[in-house]
Design a protein around this ligand. Structure first.
Ligand SMILES: Nc1nc2c(ncn2[C@@H]2O[C@H](COP(=O)(O)OP(=O)(O)OP(=O)(O)O)[C@@H](O)[C@H]2O)c(=O)[nH]1
Ligand SMILES: [Mg+2]
Length: 469
């Protein structure tokens, strides 16, 4: 048996070990630093292009016009290294830049798999502050990119199959969705949850449900689950359907249903989808994220009309709900409560006049007020910005000029951008407008480190990592 003194000694050692660990962690944080940054947003919001531009701007900061980002302005960025992350394929920056440098220019391809990179930034410490460890330091950024559709499934982690079914059923029976689903809704309505599962009956319904989800996406809706069903190689999804009428059954009735009943098979497939795809992704992607950039294509959402705009708000609200860590034990484990800052970014503002940028930023603020509950805002620092990763227009004060994706050169105008959620009259004005899909500017020098024109990427860098230099 150990003596009391020995035990005390052991405890003291343990305490000292813990103290040392905490101290070294603290030292690492305060000297060389490490930040994990999540880049998130729905499909097409501009994540991959943003990441490509961010890497390019930092790597060639000398002539990147980053006046608002002091370490670049003061030429204190000495070296940037792009390295892979241990457990993921390397983010394909080279391909992205090659696409933008080609003639005619192309955009980085839409993402189908998660990838990531480590950016190791060697920088000179500001001489205003005393330094104890030499002049140069390192900041490591861990960045990940993934298909936007995967984000849509996050809210499913908060729901069991019964709740998801009820929710999705309600949604399908409203507005544009109801029109798009047409007769499919009647057929879903006739399914008896407790009847035996019949694959001949269900397989064609699954195919039609898949087509319906794609039609929702093409119509400009956002809140579409399961998100993986929207990807190009998604013929296997969904394996499950929402069942109507579940509200008429007690939890006990459903629990006692035959293992081969439609309800039990759908429930099992739903659970498998969460455990095989959704949970591992969120564990890998969100665990340990310190700062989050959320890209929102606000202009596209504005031009889609009120119903689709509201749909996007609902989708974001559901996702942001997942930051209510602590309320739900499962989510508490999945989402480290470490996220200290979220930067909401209205992407691609080069499609509107500069004199409308402030309205767009304020509108973005208003959107965030609607999607971020006070409880999240109390805990996490929230900022809003607008930024174009690749500026693709020329501004002539009252109109823009640019090349459309077709290669045709054109003059662009647009209705005034509201500085808060639009009223009925503004919705009417916006209805007639579609922000054009543009061709990126011709820029063959990019491969040699040429300047990639942007809007406010320096402010993004300042808000995101400026405090670490
Ligand atoms: N005008 C303009 N268009 C942009 C900009 N960034 C992206 N785009 C357009 O938006 C499209 C989608 O951009 P991506 O970067 O692929 O979007 P994503 O969020 O990665 O999309 P997924 O990979 O499908 O999730 C591009 O193909 C361009 O047409 C920008 O800064 N300005
Ligand atoms: Mg992408």
């Amino acid at each position: 048996m150990k003596s009391k003194i020995e035990t005390l000694g052991l405890q003291l050692n343990k305490t000292l070990d813990g103290f040392e660990q905490r101290t070294s962690k603290w030292l690492a944080r305060s000297l060389d630093k490490h930040l994990s940054i999540g880049i998130t947003g729905f499909s097409g919001s501009g994540k991959s292009t943003f990441l490509t531009s961010l890497i390019h701007q930092l790597t060639h900061s000398d002539h990147a016009h980053l006046g608002g980002f002091l370490p670049a302005r003061d030429k204190r960025l000495l070296d940037i290294q792009l390295l892979p992350l241990e457990d993921l394929p390397l983010f394909d920056y080279q391909h992205g830049i090659q696409a933008l440098a080609s003639d005619p220019p192309a955009w980085p391809a839409s993402t189908t798999q998660i990838s990531g990179c480590r950016l190791v930034i060697e920088y000179k410490k500001s001489t205003l502050l005393p330094t104890f460890t030499g002049e140069t330091r390192h900041l490591t950024l861990e960045l990940r990119d993934y298909p936007g559709e995967w984000l849509l499934d996050i809210a499913m982690l908060q729901q069991d199959y019964r709740l998801w079914s009820l929710d999705t059923g309600n949604l399908n029976n409203r507005g544009i969705r109801q029109q798009l689903a047409g007769n499919l809704l009647n057929e879903l309505d006739q399914l008896d949850p407790l009847a035996s599962f019949d694959s001949h009956n269900i397989a064609p319904l699954l195919r039609r449900y898949h087509d319906y989800l794609l039609a929702c996406k093409n119509a400009g809706l956002t809140f579409i689950q399961p998100g993986r069903a929207l990807l190009a190689d998604s013929r296997d999804f969904p394996h499950f359907l929402p069942l109507n009428h579940l509200q008429h059954y007690s939890a006990q009735q459903l629990n006692n249903a035959d293992e081969n009943s439609l309800y039990k098979i759908m429930q099992q497939r739903y659970n498998t989808y969460l455990s095989a795809f959704v949970r591992p992704f969120y564990k890998r992607f969100f665990r340990g994220v310190d700062r989050q950039v959320v890209l929102i294509d606000v202009l596209k959402a504005l031009s889609n009309g009120k119903e689709k705009f509201d749909d996007m708000i609902v989708a974001f609200r559901r996702i942001i709900d997942c930051y209510h860590v602590g309320q739900n034990a499962l989510l508490h484990r999945l989402f480290s409560p470490q996220v200290e800052k979220i930067l909401f970014l209205a992407s691609k503002p080069d499609r509107i006049l500069m004199n409308q940028h402030e309205s767009l930023r304020r509108l973005c603020d208003d959107i965030i007020r609607h999607i971020c509950p006070q409880s999240v805002r109390n805990r996490i620092e929230i900022e809003t910005e607008i930024a174009a990763a690749v500026r693709s227009t020329h501004d002539h004060s009252d109109h823009l000029t640019a090349k459309l994706l077709s290669g045709q050169f054109g003059e662009l105008t647009h209705p005034p951008i509201p500085d808060q959620l639009p009223d009925a009259e503004q919705w009417q004005q916006l209805e007639k407008w579609q922000p054009p899909v543009l061709q990126a500017p011709l820029n063959p020098d990019l491969l040699l480190g040429g300047r990639l024109a942007h809007i406010r990427m320096d402010k993004v860098l300042r808000d995101l990592i400026g405090d670490k230099f």
